[in-house]
Design a protein around this ligand. Structure first.
Ligand code: URA
Length: 436
C-alpha cells in the first residue's frame, strides 16, 4: 500500500477501503506518515468527501489509536452527552446531575474552552478546590461512590485525532462534515459510554451556522455511533443567542445552581430539560415516552435531588461544597460594570460569537491554549432577542479585573447587539431531533 496511491484515489473521488484508512491512521499515530502527505489527503477528503462507511472506518481507527475506556465495571447504563460548543452553554453542569439523580451512570470526559466558546472543565474548575485532572482509579472510584464524575479529557484518548486536528487547523481543512464527525465521535467512542446524546448547535455562535449544516453533521455522527453499536441520537439546538444569561466560568456555575434549584432563565431550563429527558430516554430507565422522561427530569429538580447530586459530585472531586449550598461564597470579580443600552427599541439580533469574544476579552476565555483564564470574569446579559429595552437601561453587567479589559469587552459587547424599532419573535430553542 502506498500513501501516494491513496491520495490519488481520493483526489479522483473514490471511496477509501477500511485497510487504506487504517494504514493512514497508523501512519499518523506512529509518525511515519509525513505531514505533507497527510495534509494532501485531508484536503482531498475536504473537497471530495467521504461516504458513511469511510467516515465510520476513520472514526473507529482514530478511536483505536490510543486508550479506549472500558466502563463495563461501572453499574448501569452509561450515557454520555456531547455539545458541539457555544456561548453560555453550561448544560452539562445541569443535565449530568439531573440524569445521575435519576439513576443514569455519568462517567464523563469533558473539554476546555478556546476562543469564543467555553468548556465544561473550565467552568467546574471555577469552583474552589475542584479537580478535573483525575487518574483512572480516582475517576472510577468517584463514579462508584456518587454515580457521577466529570473529568478532563485524558491526553491519550484518540491521539490520531489530536494530530490530524492540528494539521486541519493549519491547512483550512476543519470545515469538512466527515472530518468533524469522525473527530468528535472518535473521542466519544474511546470515552466508552454505551449511549450517546449529541447536542449539535446551530446559529451564529455555533460551528454549524445553518440548520442544514447542523442536520448533516448530526446525521453523520448519529450514523457513526449507531454503526459502532452505541445507541446515539442528536438534538439540534439554537445558538443564535447565548444560552441563559451568564457567560464566564463562575457566573455560569452560579446560573447552573439557579436552574438546579428550580429557577434560572427559561431558555436554559428548557434546553436542559430536553437534553436530560433524551438522555433518560436513551438510558431506558423510563418507558420510552419522552413526556414521561421530561416529567422525571423536572421532578429531579423540584425534589432537590439533582442539586444534591451536583453538590456530591463537587465534593467528591475536591470542590468546596459550601459554594454550592451558598453561591454568594464564590469569589467575585474586582470590577463590576453595568453596560447601559445605547438606544431604545427591540433586540432583533445578537452576534453570539461577538458576545463570546467580549466575555473572553473580559478574561473569561483563552485566545490561545496557553492563556490563563480569570474564573470570576464574564458577562450577565439582561436583554436578549425579542426583548424591549429603553436607552440607559442595563443591557449587561460586565465582571472583569482591569479597566482596559472592561473597555475592550464593552466595545465588543455593544457591537454585538442589534436594536431596532420593530419586534421580532424569540428564536426557537430546539430545532430538530435526529435518531438512528
Ligand atoms: N470539535 C472536534 O472535536 N473536532 C472537530 O473537528 C471540530 C470540533
Amino acid at each position: 500500500m502506498r500513501i501516494y496511491d491513496i491520495i490519488q484515489s481520493k483526489k479522483r473521488g473514490d471511496a477509501l477501503s477500511n485497510e487504506e484508512i487504517q494504514y493512514i491512521v497508523r501512519g499518523v499515530t506512529d509518525g511515519t506518515l509525513p505531514d505533507y502527505q497527510t495534509t494532501a489527503l485531508l484536503m482531498a477528503i475536504c473537497l471530495k468527501g467521504m461516504n458513511a462507511e469511510e467516515t465510520t472506518a476513520l472514526t473507529l481507527a482514530m478511536a483505536a489509536s490510543g486508550d479506549q475506556m472500558d466502563l463495563s465495571a461501572l453499574p448501569g447504563v452509561k450515557v454520555d452527552k456531547h455539545s458541539t460548543g457555544g456561548v453560555g452553554d453550561k448544560t452539562t453542569l445541569i443535565v449530568a446531575p439531573i440524569v445521575a439523580a435519576l439513576g443514569v451512570t455519568v462517567a464523563k470526559m469533558s473539554g476546555r474552552g478556546l476562543g469564543h466558546t467555553g468548556g465544561t472543565v473550565d467552568k467546574l474548575e471555577g469552583i474552589p478546590g475542584f479537580r478535573a485532572a483525575l487518574g483512572m482509579d480516582e475517576f472510577f472510584a468517584t463514579v462508584h461512590k456518587t454515580g457521577i464524575c466529570v473529568a478532563g479529557q485524558s491526553m491519550s484518548l484518540a491521539p490520531a485525532d489530536k494530530k490530524i486536528y492540528a494539521l486541519r487547523d493549519a491547512t483550512a481543512t476543519v470545515d469538512s462534515i466527515p472530518l468533524i464527525a469522525a473527530s468528535i465521535m472518535s473521542k466519544k467512542l474511546a470515552a466508552g459510554a454505551d449511549r450517546i446524546l449529541l447536542d449539535v448547535k446551530t446559529g451564529n455562535g455555533a460551528f454549524m451556522k445553518t440548520t442544514d449544516e447542523a442536520r448533516a453533521l448530526a446525521g453523520a455522527m448519529v450514523a457513526i455511533g449507531n454503526m459502532a453499536g452505541r445507541r446515539t441520537s442528536a438534538l439540534i439546538t439554537d445558538m443564535s443567542a447565548p444560552l441563559g444569561t451568564a457567560i464566564g466560568n463562575i457566573l455560569e456555575v452560579k446560573e447552573s445552581i439557579e436552574v438546579l434549584s428550580g429557577g434560572g432563565s427559561d431558555d436554559l431550563r428548557h434546553v436542559s430539560i430536553e437534553l436530560a429527558a433524551h438522555m433518560v430516554q436513551l438510558a431506558h430507565i423510563a418507558d420510552g415516552d419522552i413526556d414521561a422522561c421530561r416529567a422525571l427530569a423536572l421532578e429531579a429538580i423540584t425534589n432537590g435531588q439533582a442539586l444534591e447530586k451536583f453538590a456530591q459530585m463537587v465534593a467528591a472531586q475536591g470542590g468546596d461544597r459550601a459554594c454550592i449550598d451558598r453561591p454568594d461564597r464564590f469569589p467575585n470579580a474586582q470590577i463590576e460594570h453595568v453596560i447601559p443600552s445605547p438606544q431604545t427599541g427591540y433586540i432583533t439580533a445578537m452576534d453570539t460569537e461577538g458576545i463570546g469574544i467580549a466575555a473572553m476579552l473580559a478574561g473569561a476565555g483563552r485566545e490561545t491554549a496557553e492563556d490563563e483564564i480569570d474564573y470570576t470574569a464574564g458577562l450577565i446579559l439582561h436583554a436578549k432577542i425579542g426583548d424591549y429595552i429603553k436607552k440607559g437601561q442595563p443591557l449587561a453587567t460586565l465582571h472583569t479585573a482591569t479597566e482596559a479589559k472592561a473597555t475592550a469587552a464593552t466595545e465588543r459587547l455593544l457591537a454585538s447587539y442589534t436594536i431596532a424599532d420593530n419586534p421580532v419573535p424569540k428564536p426557537p430553542l430546539i430545532h430538530e431531533y435526529i435518531t438512528g
